[in-house]
Unconditional design. Structure first.
Length: 148
């Protein structure tokens, strides 16, 4: 018996762009998973149609080099909306330096007490595209999309 699947397409809506300031990485060293570097997040800002504010210093990206061209990234940090609402972001993904310079991630965004426009983060699937081309200058660009 042949099973027929409904063909679907995926669209994405841009939610916000983040301009993350980073400090030089702390070289932790080799572990069972690869070579670990912790990249401190020191500030920045974000903007979008509904969201605008600042990136709160104190987060970090736990970046593990698995091979020369393949890294696992896992950043955890907070951002604060212009209205004072704080959002927590847990953003994890992979980068393959041999194929492209943009990192693909899956951000999980949560807030306590935020209502209205923040309800968007309670449902759906979000993806991130990170541009590390400014890392030497201390800036990482992140665009967060909601899949439709």
């Amino acid at each position: 018996m042949q099973v027929k699947y409904m063909k679907t397409s995926i669209a994405a809506e841009e939610i916000m762009q983040l301009h993350v300031q980073i400090a030089p990485p702390l070289d932790i060293g080799r572990n069972d998973d690869g070579h670990l570097r912790v990249i401190p997040i020191t500030g920045g800002y974000f903007q979008g149609e509904l969201f605008n504010g600042k990136i709160i210093p104190g987060g970090a990206d736990w970046n593990t080099e698995i091979t020369q061209n393949y890294n696992h990234v896992h950043a955890v940090y907070c951002i604060q909306e212009d209205d004072g609402t704080i959002l927590s972001i847990d953003n994890e993904g992979w980068i393959d330096f041999s194929s492209e310079s943009i990192i693909r991630t899956v951000p999980r965004i949560t807030t306590v007490g935020g209502k209205g426009k923040y309800d968007i983060f309670k449902t759906g699937v979000f993806v991130g595209a990170l541009d590390a081309s400014g890392a030497d200058e201390g800036i990482i660009g992140i665009t967060i999309y909601k899949l439709a």
